[in-house]
Design a protein around this ligand. Structure first.
Ligand SMILES: [Mn+2]
Length: 425
């Protein structure tokens, strides 16, 4: 028997709407470490996008360092490849002596160091083929003396070439289990908002290929798509990201795959079963919708019963999937449905929901799309009153004659006078 944890897309150091998520990342990685310890996991695979950017913040490096040290202490072998968010040079720093501790960081393709990582125990040989992400362009320029030299129509993802070659050479004994690790976009996979398009050439389907390219392997541990999913009869899987990294992911459950590989009987190939182990996040990412009054009431009742309660009139998106009640501390996108302008909306909501990240006003979005204020109109406006009137018409979608109540111009002129006197003083 051999146990593998397949995870990917940690994006350490990521922020959402300016909020640093490092403590949330630490929270779920702790759960991964507990699983590795309790199940005596032999191999942990991180299929790319370890960091969110090529130069990660210090706190991201520190968390990575801590997690690696603990995995090594737990006796697990670790295989990490670079993803499209990682700098392969920086992630590969120190990899030659990290591997002495059983942490294998692979950031260069098989043309540089072709050899699977072979992990053996008494009844199985697990051959790991790490295939780090590489820009198609990079491949041309290194092989064809510059991208310009690549003839039209011969462009191929380097990964596909590697896979074709490797597929012919895979060991096929009853003890061999062939595990590919890759960061790529296989067609048929479903996307969300927090993945970055793969490379400048990825438009129009280039950089995408069929999951069948991995068919010769026993398992392909993939990274890049942020929702957990399985393809090709379950032997090609994405683990998904550590956390919900955009509001398009509120319905997803994040976690990792836990594989148990068992030797085949009577000369058969080894088999595996894989369970999805969900994380329970510290702060969930949710979308709430309702009037300000409804949202505040819902938040206050949630606070009153110790951070959790169902919402009455306001609706929570993301609740139906995993039955978790809204918590005041969740990361929220609030869709505030009132039709009036409300001053200081975010600070009012923040008193009840301290981690609100973003507000949408659906009513005004519709109005804005329907009736935008032409810029010439602004420049033609002769007085502050006309400008203000245009503004009121724009945001309330009211015809000109009803936009301002009668007698308003007098009040407005007096207020303006007062402001001017104040400025002069
Ligand atoms: Mn990613």
């Amino acid at each position: 028997m051999f146990r593998v944890v397949h995870t990917a897309d940690w994006h350490l150091g990521k922020s959402m709407f300016g909020r640093r998520l490092i403590s949330d990342q630490r929270w779920v990685l702790e759960q991964l470490l507990v699983h590795v310890g309790e199940h005596r996991v032999d191999l942990v695979v991180v299929a790319g996008d370890v960091f969110d950017r090529s130069i990660p913040p210090l706190e991201a490096l520190q968390l990575f360092d801590e997690v690696m040290q603990r995995l090594v202490n737990l006796g697990a072998t670790v295989v990490i490849i670079s993803g499209n968010h990682d700098s392969s040079e920086r992630l590969g720093y120190a990899s030659r002596f990290l591997k002495l501790s059983g942490v294998h960081v692979i950031t260069q393709g098989p043309e540089h160091q072709w050899a699977p990582l072979v992990l053996k125990n008494s009844d199985l040989v697990v051959n790991v083929f790490p295939l780090p992400y590489q820009e198609p362009q990079w491949h041309w320029s290194s092989t064809n003396e510059g991208a310009a030299a690549a003839p039209q129509g011969t462009v191929q993802d380097p990964l596909l070439s590697w896979l074709e070659q490797l597929s012919l050479e895979l060991p096929q004994s009853s003890r061999d289990f062939n595990l590919a690790v890759s960061h790529c976009f296989v067609s048929g996979g479903s996307e969300c908002d927090s993945e970055r398009v793969l490379g400048p050439l990825a438009v129009g389907g280039l950089g995408q290929f069929s999951a069948d390219a991995f068919a010769a392997f026993d398992y392909a541990a993939l990274g890049h798509l942020h929702s957990p999913q399985k393809l090709c009869g379950g032997k090609v899987r994405y683990s998904g990201s550590l956390l919900k990294y955009s509001f398009s992911e509120v319905h997803q459950k994040k976690g990792f795959w836990s594989l148990l590989i068992t030797p085949g009987s009577a000369g058969e190939r080894p088999t595996f079963c894989a369970d999805f182990v969900p994380f329970s996040p510290w702060r969930d990412v949710r979308v709430v919708e309702g009037t300000l009054e409804e949202l505040l009431a819902a938040g206050e009742s949630a606070a009153a019963v110790g951070e959790s309660a169902g919402l009455s009139k306001a609706s929570v998106t993301g609740a139906s999937q995993h039955e978790e009640p809204l918590k005041n501390g969740d990361y929220l996108l609030a869709r505030v449905t009132d039709k009036e302008l409300i001053l200081d909306l975010i600070s009012t909501l923040r008193r009840v929901y301290p981690n609100i990240l973003h507000i949408e006003r659906p009513y005004f979005e519709v109005q804005r799309a329907r009736q935008t204020l032409p810029s010439q109109e602004i420049s033609r406006v002769g007085s502050e009153l006309r400008l203000f009137e245009s503004f009121v018409r724009t945001v309330t979608n009211t015809p000109q004659e009803e936009a301002l109540p009668s007698g308003f111009s007098q009040v407005f002129a007096e207020a303006l006078d007062e402001v001017r006197r104040g400025e002069e003083a």
